[in-house]
Design a protein around this ligand. Structure first.
Ligand code: CP
Ligand code: NVA
Length: 301
């Protein structure tokens, strides 16, 4: 594993190895056991979109590993004035030991990896959010003590989170049931991957997806970059909400997750979010541990 661009590139074993290392690093951090595995290393963090969790967890994470993070707003880089990714990749490779990038096009992340000589980590594109899903799998395993055979229910937009959850969950042996409105289905590449799995379904009715689910997940109706479509999306996504009524269809011990930020009373009610806050904020915390594991795997050579 040279990069983390999308979960489609990882084997099931590689995903499990990251989760195991993440558990170990979490244990060590909680017990005050230092793990300066990336001493002297620098991670560049390019942001073309806003972030709270990704930025702070990567920056704190690399510091806890003995290295340092460099926040690079794309607006302040020459990239923001049109310097090609190919050149940015080759230049940054001369200074840094790894790059995390949050941007729009998946292709830009792939190019950064292709033209650079250092590991590239996808911190969210319109296509994928692999770091979030590694943290999500880690969280599910913490609460359920296993992954294989559990049913994941997705309610909402077939965007980056749905794409990565589908791939990640299928790769670790979970059943995946997505409820997405017409016109908001996951990416074709993901559907192509999923079509070989008979434990995958894409439906339009949230009640079907939620039936007997162990884990229910949702995300905002309008993602970063889609703000102008908000009104249209409010109409299309009406009813695509995790609420108490929907939860009654899931297993009694089902957990609810959300990558955050959440829009209360849109994709999730305040009552459900608050009732499942323990899981949701553990999920946010696990970004730190999962990403530390990814950095160690990629940058500790
Ligand atoms: N979940 C997530 O990626 O959060 P941020 O946008 O705050 O980084
Ligand atoms: N789907 C959301 C996830 C935010 C972490 C977005 O892309 O804005």
């Amino acid at each position: 594993m040279k990069h983390l661009l999308k979960l489609l590139d990882l084997t099931s074993d590689e995903i499990i190895e990251i989760l195991n290392l993440a558990d170990q690093l979490k244990y060590e951090q909680k017990h005050g056991i230092p793990h300066l595995l990336l001493k002297g290393k620098t991670l560049g963090m390019i942001f073309e979109k806003a972030s709270t969790r990704t930025r702070v967890s990567f920056e704190a994470g690399i510091y806890q590993l003995g290295g340092q993070g460099l926040f690079l707003s794309s607006q302040e880089l020459q990239m923001g004035r049109g310097e090609p990714i190919q050149d940015t990749a080759r230049v940054l490779s001369r200074y840094l030991d790894g790059i995390m990038i949050r941007t729009y096009k998946q292709d830009d992340v792939e190019k950064l990896a292709q033209f650079g000589e250092i590991p590239v980590i996808n911190g969210l594109t319109d296509f994928a959010h692999p770091c979030q899903v590694l943290a999500d799998l880690m969280t599910i395993r913490e609460y359920k003590n296993k992954l294989e055979g559990l049913k994941l229910c997705w309610i909402g937009d077939g965007h980056n989170m749905a794409n990565s959850l589908t791939v990640g969950c299928l790769k670790v042996g979970m059943d995946v049931s997505l409820a997405c409105p017409a016109g908001f289905h996951p990416a074709e590449e993901v559907l192509q991957f999923a079509k070989d799995y008979d434990n995958f379904e894409l439906v339009s009715e949230p009640t079907i997806a939620a039936k007997d689910a162990d884990v229910l997940v949702t995300d905002v109706w309008a993602s970063m970059g889609q703000e102008e479509e908000m009104e249209k999306r409010r109409v299309a996504f009406k009813g695509y909400q995790i609420n108490d009524e929907l939860l009654k269809l899931a297993k009694p011990d089902a957990i609810v997750m959300h990558c955050l930020p959440a829009h209360r009373e849109e994709e999730i009610t305040t009552a459900v979010l608050e009732a499942h806050a323990n899981v949701i904020f553990d999920e946010a915390e696990n970004r730190l541990h999962a990403q530390k594991a990814v950095m160690v795997k990629l940058m500790n050579n």
